[in-house]
Design a protein. Sequence first.
Length: 365
Amino acid sequence: MLKISIYRRLITVYKILGQVFGKWISPLFIFVFIFFLRIFINCMMFLDKLFYLKLKKNKISRPIVIVGNPRSGTTFLQRFLVANSFGKGTELWQMIYSSILLQKFLKPLLPFLEYISPAKHHSTEAHKTSLSSVETDDVGMLFRFFDGFFLYGFFLSWSKKDLFNWVDPKIRDNSIRDYKWLESVWKRVLVSSNEDRIVAKLFSISANTPGFQSRYPDSKILYMVRDPLSVIPSGLSLVTGVLDKMFGFWNKPDQDKNRFLSNLYRGLVELLLRFEKDWSDGKIDKSKVLIIRFDKMMLDFTQVMDEIIQFTDHKITDEFNQIIKETDKKQRSYISKHKYNLSKFKLTEEKIKNDCKKYYETFIN
């Protein structure tokens, strides 16, 4: 298995920040701050075990996990399920400051921490978020290990070398490390909220769904399907929007921008194709996966929720049925303010359809 040390990842990203964005000094201070913050959080998490004995006894049981490429409806669905008591989701600040004791101290300070939060760089039209928002658990791998698909999507894709293998679970499998960390965070979320079921969102599982099912055989996976002609440029727009607010992405030299877009495009396509191949090859336990089409979720939300309720064994009430009906009406009339086009990203319909041919044949056509 390929091994890439954290020092190599740090040095690589540092060079990218310097060479592409001209940031040579500020990253050094950020790296040092994060290093000491991580040590402090580790100490606080150790104290959690002394004060919250449930952490040792609790097990992650029947997790609901939403999987799919960014911009396929995963955020909306996760937040809807969490808001309606399907389980508990992890909020962004709980991934950064992952100690229960530390969270008790910091919670009143969240409005002030928003000023230094990475969430402030997101466009509200593309993806409304904040420290207290339920978020994708994938971002935890960036905060904890400076690794994973977020590292690739925002930084490693700038490299002149092809570094996708650094985050490819078939070449560099960090699942044992990652799942151990996720479980420690999820247990704290459940203990602090007095809940018993987690509702997670992990788009990275697309690259190794069989491995996840092996670790969590009782998990219920909701896989979101959206036309690649929409989901891929929308995903590219989301990432470049963040980078534009942070570094002025669209003002960078065409050579750098085009290299980044090409690498990120490849990663987004690969996530779709990996899931499709494992699905078609019979490596995924299909009885534990519910396929949800984005267009159906927008046009017939009631039917989609009926399927999810049955699939997850969730108990419903008259009040919840009314919420579903009201949401159904909103979904049918919803028009996204997030605008994007293929040409902006040097893409064509023909290229996307050709690159995602197998995905179209299995899930779209």
